[in-house]
Structure formats: structure tokens, C-alpha cells
Design a protein around this ligand. Structure first.
Ligand code: RIB
Length: 312
């Protein structure tokens, strides 16, 4: 089973011709509200990839919370670890998507701020299970959960998004770090590493310094990963048209976690995650176009094999 300790949001989605300048208002005819949050998105991506998933989170006592809870149940995600806040509303993200599919997001944590490590029973922290975390909860909760999970032999994956500080002590509990290029550079700076212009070298530096497998996602250009001194370059699928990139990184992470759970080799896990992330930009919102396992299997042959590089 994959255990996702993470955010549950409702996304307010507005499509705009172009993003407003500071102080400017742009008009758009309609908006939609859709389930989102990096935690719930990744849980659903993993569940659609065919793995049992348990969500640990917190919603408000409101219609947003009910919709989020119903969505997870419909997708087969276990929600007994989702609690309701007495005083805070369900987390909410305002998302603008422009004509090229690019987005701008403001997220308000709401009830996500009340998720606690105590919601996690020890019984599910086992070596057979995988822990998947993002950075939309209080960071201290993540570090505590990571420690508990790792001490019980669970494999741990952290998607450090949105970008945040990664304390040295947390690193020893982490097996896989997934970041985008900007997040990777920020961590390297904090750790006092030189900023490599080559993404593979940057992943290598982070992997070595942190003692973990480092994966850097590069949007439409795919991803790179380094485990020890072995690097992988993984392409992305060319997708036309790009409708909405929201949740593409979450799809990558959820599917990657599902593959790691199934003990797939790293390059194969990365290829599947890459295909799924690419496919997810074909629909509006974070979850609409997330593929199911059959779609991933059917599309996988279109993606060239990952290239491997010996780094030392
Ligand atoms: O990664 C996309 C997600 O980030 C959105 O669903 C939104 O809720 C924000 O948390």
C-alpha cells in the first residue's frame, strides 16, 4: 500500500487569455471548482496506476471537504485517515491557466495545517508500504512522519513541492527526492553545493550529498535521475495541444510511487511516470486527464527507452 500524508484542496480554476499584470484585472467568462491538492492528486494518480492507497489528511466541515472526500472514495482511495477540522475550511487553490496551458497558483492551506503525525497508526508503517509526501502541510509534520516511516523500514518518497527548506536531519530518512529544476537549485544552494548548469550533474551532486536517489523533473523535456553514480535521462511524450499542466508533476510522483511500490527498476518506473505525467496535460484541472494503468501500458511503447550515463 502507498500511504500519502498530504494536502486535500479544492481548486478554483479560471482560464485566461493571459495572466494579469500586478494591479490589472482580466475578465474570463466562467470558472470551475475541482478536486486538487498535491496530496490528493498524487494519491489518485497512484490509485489509477493500480496500487492500494491510503490518504492521511484534514478537510473542513464544508462542501469543498465533502466533494474532496467523495472524489477520493470514488477513486478507491482509503479515507479513514482523513479527519475534519472544527474551525478551518478545506484547503483551496486559485489557479489561472493561460492559452498555452501554463498556470499560476496561489494555495491557501486551510485545514491542511492541522494534519498531525498522530493520524498515522504504526500498523501501516511497514517495509511493504511506501510513504509519499509533498510540501503543502506543516513541514515539521513531514519530518516527523519521515522519521517514523523510515525507522520502521518503509520506503520514503518526498516531492519537495512547493519549494521549501529541506533540513539535513530529514535527509537520512529519505530514499527518493523528486524536485523540479528550480527546487533542485534552491536545495543545492542551501546545502552549499555548486549550482551545476547540467541537470544530470545537479542531480548527481544532490544524490551524493544527501545519500538518496534524486529525480529532477524538466516539464516537457522529461526528467533525469541519479542513483549512486548511475544517471538516467528520461524523455517525455510530445503532447499537442497542451490544455493544462496543473497536476502533471503530481501524476509523475503518484505513478512513480506506484512503480516503486511494485519494486520496478528505476528506469522503468521513471518511464511510466514520465508517460503518465505527459498524458495528464491533455485535460483541464489536475485530475481530469490523469491516466489509468491500461492507458499507461498502451502508451508506454511510444516513449523511447531511458538513456543511462555512468557518472564517475
Ligand atoms: O500540483 C497542483 C496542485 O497544487 C493543485 O491541485 C493545487 O491544489 C495546488 O496544491
Amino acid at each position: 500500500m502507498i500511504v500519502v500524508v498530504g494536502s486535500i484542496n479544492i481548486d478554483l480554476l479560471m482560464q485566461v487569455k493571459r495572466f494579469p499584470e500586478p494591479g490589472e484585472t482580466v475578465l474570463t467568462p466562467a470558472y470551475e471548482w475541482m478536486p486538487g491538492g498535491k496530496g490528493m492528486n498524487q494519491a489518485i494518480a497512484a490509485a489509477r496506476a493500480g496500487v492500494k492507497v491510503a490518504m492521511i489528511g484534514c478537510i473542513g466541515d464544508d462542501g469543498f471537504g465533502t466533494r474532496a472526500q467523495n472524489t477520493m472514495r470514488r477513486e478507491g482511495v482509503l479515507t479513514s485517515g482523513v479527519v475534519q477540522s472544527d474551525d478551518l475550511p478545506t484547503g483551496c487553490a486559485m489557479i489561472m491557466v493561460d492559452e498555452s496551458g501554463e498556470n499560476q497558483v496561489v494555495m491557501s492551506q486551510g485545514a491542511n495545517a492541522q494534519v498531525s503525525s498522530e493520524q498515522l497508526p504504526d500498523e501501516i508503517l511497514t517495509p511493504a508500504n511506501v510513504m509519499l509526501l509533498q510540501m503543502e502541510l506543516e513541514p515539521e509534520v513531514n519530518w516527523l512522519v519521515l522519521k517514523r516511516a523510515s525507522e520502521r523500514g518503509m520506503r520514503t518518497i518526498l516531492n519537495l513541492a512547493p519549494a521549501a527548506e529541506l533540513p539535513r536531519e530529514a535527509l537520512e530518512y529519505l530514499d527518493y527526492l523528486i524536485v523540479n529544476r528550480i527546487e533542485a537549485e534552491q536545495i543545492a544552494t542551501k546545502l552549499g553545493l555548486s549550482i551545476e548548469t547540467d541537470a544530470l550533474k545537479l542531480a548527481h551532486a544532490l544524490s551524493k550529498s544527501c545519500g538518496l536517489t534524486c529525480i529532477i523533473t524538466l516539464s516537457g523535456r522529461g526528467s533525469v535521475a541519479v542513483e549512486g553514480d548511475l544517471g538516467w535521462i528520461v524523455p517525455a511524450l510530445r503532447v499537442e495541444p497542451v490544455v493544462d499542466t496543473t497536476g502533471s508533476g503530481d501524476t509523475f510522483c503518484g505513478v512513480f510511487a506506484a512503480c516503486i511500490h511494485n519494486r520496478m527498476a528505476l528506469p522503468e518506473a521513471l518511464r511510466r511516470a514520465s508517460v503518465a505525467g505527459s498524458m495528464s496535460v491533455r485535460g483541464k484541472g489536475a485530475q481530469t486527464a490523469m491516466p489509468y494503468i491500461d492507458d499507461i501500458n498502451a502508451t508506454l511503447p511510444q516513449l523511447p527507452e531511458a538513456d543511462h550515463v555512468q557518472l564517475k
